[in-house]
Design a protein around this ligand. Sequence first.
Ligand SMILES: [Zn+2]
Ligand SMILES: [Zn+2]
Length: 264
Amino acid sequence: MEDQERYQIGKREEAGRYPVTVDENPAGHIYRRHGSWYAVMPGHPTSTARPDRYAAAAELVRMIDRGQRPTIPTQAPAPASPLQPMPHELAGYAHLVPDLRLTLANLVRAAEATARLDQLAWTPLTGYPGADQPWLLRCRLCGWEGYRFWSHLRGRNGDGIPRPITRHPGCIPVAKQKIALIDLAEERTFECRCEFRHPTFLSECLDVLDSIQNALNGGDSTKAIVFARGILEPCSASGRRALALRAAHDRRANALRPLKRKKS
Ligand SMILES: [Zn+2]
Ligand SMILES: [Zn+2]
């Protein structure tokens, strides 16, 4: 195979990823998840499952041949792939769509994780991947980018105490971290003060969850993601938004339960 001569798979790194070079240039990495392999080129996330590491690495060769190049996430948001232009209204937040099945439960979990990341001064660079998968984040204290596990950040049994306490190698001194976190906390507000109004009241959250579920029921996941903007976008009141979404989601679940029983 021609492709096989062009890529090289490196040694396993932190968070279980394997760097890949194509034609001797760094092209991205591959990782294994639930028995399948996935290729990631920074700035051009794909989510196609491949049967083995070689097929995933070959995916990076094809991306290079399509003219795609890895971008450094600090420079710009991921450019839309030329093959699949992203609808304009999704451009700002589609990269934050959870890397999980598109369901209300997963969107609400993503909002909760995002709110906690805000408190801990991390910015997600990709969608919520689930608790036990590496998540590409940016440290707001120093700009470091890399993979952290949500299950470590949220603490044991969700107790909210990050473990390990060390943020990542090379961050600012621990003594300065506390002050920096307090400074950043001033950006957070109880009311959403964003230009686009995000849902922070129960009624608003019920509306947005209804709209998303209706779109999903109609098989229109793009439309569902458009409606999910209010959940996925960064928001100054992300903490309150997460609480309101959780309450709305619980209320929906309770309202649906008697209906299901009647049917049987
Ligand atoms: Zn840092
Ligand atoms: Zn907002």
